[in-house]
Design a protein around this ligand. Structure first.
Ligand SMILES: [Zn+2]
Length: 196
């Protein structure tokens, strides 16, 4: 990953890029290696199941992981579409990065230039503003190119949301739910087998 920072209408923003043989595109680091610590009751059930059939824990963790990863990518693709950012792709070994092919480094640089190119209020470029204030207007620099500004805002928002969502409590809650599903189903089945 390469981190680049740009000054956009006076505000510093950071955009990460993933670089490989096919080029450089805006990307986020979405590696997540943590498995959830299960609530006590579930952890005990899993322990008993594991004692009866070794390998159960690993199998459930694998399933929970795959299922969470699949639904995360579905969410990310939908969110990118919603923000009009085009298709998402996974990069890196084990898909640890999410990349947006429509955003090469050159394109992002071009959008930044577009945003700083002219003010909606005074028509001057950002560089002609002192501390972002318009020269003859009681306003601040406002990009005339609203579309470029929106695209850039959506891009940084999307990458931030992606990175936060794999580290936040939501990711852990999803994995816990998945584990719960497999453990409870297996537990139910064992109980019924014993009753017979
Ligand atoms: Zn201005």
């Amino acid at each position: 990953m390469i981190e680049r920072s740009y000054v956009v209408a006076g505000k510093e923003i950071e955009v990460g890029f993933y670089h490989d043989r096919s080029g450089t595109r805006a990307a986020g680091n979405v590696k997540c290696h943590e498995l959830p610590r299960l609530p006590k009751g579930l952890a005990e059930k899993l322990e008993k199941l594991e004692a009866e059939a070794s390998g159960t824990r690993e199998r459930f963790e694998c399933w929970a992981w795959e299922s969470a990863v699949t639904s995360w990518w579905e969410w990310a693709a939908g969110r990118a579409e919603e923000l009009e950012l085009g298709a998402v792709y996974s990069y890196g070994r084990s898909g640890g990065y999410i990349g947006l092919d429509a955003f090469s480094e050159e394109r992002v640089e071009g959008i930044v230039l577009d945003v700083n190119d002219g003010c909606k209020n005074c028509q001057e470029p950002y560089g002609e503003h002192c501390d972002g204030k318009c020269l003859f207007e009681p306003t601040r620099y406002t990009p005339a190119n609203e579309k470029a500004f929106r695209v850039l805002t959506n891009l940084t928002r999307f990458l931030r949301e992606c990175e936060e969502s794999v580290r936040g409590e939501g990711a852990i809650a999803t994995l816990t739910e998945e584990m719960k599903f497999y453990i409870e189903a297996e537990w139910e089945e064992r109980m019924q087998t014993k009753r017979r």
